[in-house]
Design a protein around this ligand. Structure first.
Ligand code: PNS
Length: 160
């Protein structure tokens, strides 16, 4: 039988419990999952790409079929290079859909053989995003329960 490799791309600045929920669901659907961090995606990142990769490696340790990698340039080129069949994206709410649809269709135009698959995280994560986590921690708010403990510790170490 064919073994399906899925790429789960993103900025992951930082990884949240919503991302982790999606990763856990995806480990059951795909034979292998590569969590791919876009190198230098943000102008003003909270964590360096190396730090994001380290945290992702730590929190994905429980799954043998998950790998964490870095990519730069076009996502579809990276997916072809990795011989992936699927690009995985999470959709939390209708507001995500328009942008995600646009990206998925553009990626399909660029590489028709790669399918984008959308999955929904658990509903308790539907309002959670890395950008809100960054803002809340910058402003001294409580982020317990929104991110894995290792991210919480890293935020504290940065003085948040
Ligand atoms: O977590 P994010 O920031 O929403 O992830 C966005 C990401 C990394 C998936 C997207 O920006 C991306 O694929 N960037 C790589 C460049 C690329 O392929 N652009 C064309 C998209 S149609």
């Amino acid at each position: 039988m064919k073994s399906v490799l899925a790429i789960y791309p993103g900025s992951f600045d930082p990884v949240t419990n919503g991302h982790l929920d999606l990763i856990e669901r995806a480990t059951k659907m795909f034979d292998r999952l590569v969590v791919a961090v876009l190198r230098n995606s943000e102008k003003d990142p909270l964590f360096t790409t190396a730090e994001r990769v380290e945290m992702l490696r730590e929190v994905t340790k429980p799954w043998d079929n998950v790998e964490v990698d870095l990519f730069e340039g076009l996502l579809v080129q990276y997916a072809v290079q990795r011989k992936a069949q699927v690009i995985l994206r999470g959709i939390r709410a209708i507001s995500d859909y328009e942008y995600e649809l646009q990206m998925a269709l553009m990626n399909r135009r660029l590489e028709p053989q790669i399918e984008t698959v959308f999955m929904m995280p658990g509903e308790s994560y539907s309002y959670l995003s890395s950008s809100l986590v960054r803002e809340i921690s910058r402003l001294g708010g409580q982020i317990k329960g929104l991110v894995p403990p290792v991210v919480e510790q890293r935020l504290k170490a940065k003085g948040f």
